[in-house]
Design a protein around this ligand. Structure first.
Ligand code: PMP
Length: 351
């Protein structure tokens, strides 16, 4: 029998991220990482960084990085919040804004971290079903709620909402905080940034893990009104003043300042995605329209777990979710053209 203290411990089902096999020989298409390196300026920061600077605490307010992000988005630095990856930003946003007794709402098929934070922070929630094409019915979001979180584009489906749809969502949800999780927006989605002028209750969360090739550095940020950003800062400063380290702040700033490189690799990923989607359809896969750096696919006659296992044996890692409504699907991250050719060859052999 367990000792009595065990009954007093927190019980929770954690989020399980995609596998991170430590091998250079596999083709890793399971965590929506970018196949290209970060902007050259990031390498330069790493090469020239003076370790003596690490003796001091970092700038708790991350002023230089906030200024770079504010300039990029046409906002004030006071409208930018920084975090240790967007998971950190989202977790703080859940704690800062979802404090009502009413349930928060989000799609039934979405980023599987949301229910984990709700459990951890004891936030009531209700999921709203996507239709059979994985589209949101905006009218489902018209009822009173404790807050809204929607990824745009959604994960793991890749489907995006238009700016008009986002405006509609916000127009019908002015009494709560609406979080748009834009982790994948740079791969062809429509950002809600233009709506920040109108909606003080809108928080946009973005990450440098995907379109800026910095998953290993851990940088996320939120954009919103001063009212929301000040609250996030207060909650963060009640928990850990220094979520961002000095080296990360410098490297992330270099990434933000290289707009040309950023645009170039996003375009490359999008082109590879479109070519791969077409090739997968030619092989009989049903491919959801994607505005992200991954494809969500199913085959009408082949079992998804079996394809997943076969690819794994070939050293190609994709993602399979054993979850209601999507357990016949695979999520495939867009790699380089060469990696996607290897994937397509393996699928041809399997089929
Ligand atoms: N939001 C969504 C929808 C995601 O898929 C991810 C990646 N797992 C994140 C946020 C978090 O990304 P990160 O913490 O690397 O910024």
């Amino acid at each position: 029998m367990d000792k009595p203290f065990v009954a007093k411990l927190r019980r929770i089902d954690p989020y399980v991220p995609g596998e991170q096999p430590q091998s250079d020989t596999i083709i890793k298409l399971n965590a929506n990482e970018n196949p290209y390196p970060p902007a050259p300026g990031v390498q330069n920061v790493l090469r020239t960084f003076d370790a003596a600077r690490l003796a001091r605490y970092p700038d708790a307010n991350g002023r230089a990085l906030k200024s770079a992000l504010a300039a990029r988005f046409g906002l004030r630095p006071t409208q930018v919040f920084l975090g240790n990856g967007s998971d950190d930003v989202l977790a703080l946003a859940f704690q800062s804004f979802f404090c009502s007794d009413l349930p928060i709402v989000y799609p039934d098929i979405t980023y599987s971290f949301y229910p984990v934070w709700c459990d951890l922070f004891r936030i009531p929630y209700r999921t709203l079903p996507l239709d059979d094409d994985f589209c949101i019915d905006l009218r489902d979001y018209d009822a009173p709620n404790g807050g809204v979180i929607v990824p745009n584009p959604n994960a793991p489906t890749g489907r995006g909402l238009t700016l008009d749809a986002l405006d509609d969502l916000l127009r019908h949800n002015t009494d709560c905080v609406v979080i748009i999780d834009e982790a994948y927006v740079d791969f062809g989605g429509q950002s809600a940034v233009p709506l920040l002028e109108t909606y003080e209750n809108l928080l946009i969360v973005q990450t440098m893990s995907k379109s800026r090739s910095l998953a290993g550095l851990r940088v996320g940020y939120a954009l919103g009104s001063e009212t929301l950003i000040d609250t996030l800062e207060a909650v963060k400063n009640s928990y850990n003043s220094y979520t961002m380290d000095t080296l990360t702040l410098a490297a992330a700033e270099a990434a933000v300042r290289d707009e040309d490189y950023f645009q170039q690799i996003c375009r490359r990923v999008i082109a590879t995605r479109e070519r791969t989607a077409e090739a997968l359809r030619a092989l009989g896969f049903v491919v959801s329209p994607s505005q992200s750096n991954f494809l969500f696919v199913t085959h009408p006659r082949k079992d998804a777990p079996a394809i997943f296992a076969y690819l794994r044996e070939q050293g190609i890692f994709v993602r399979y979710f054993k979850l209601p409504r999507i357990d016949t699907y695979l999520r495939i991250t867009i790699g380089t053209d060469e990696q996607m050719d290897r994937l397509l060859d393996a699928l041809r052999s399997y089929l």
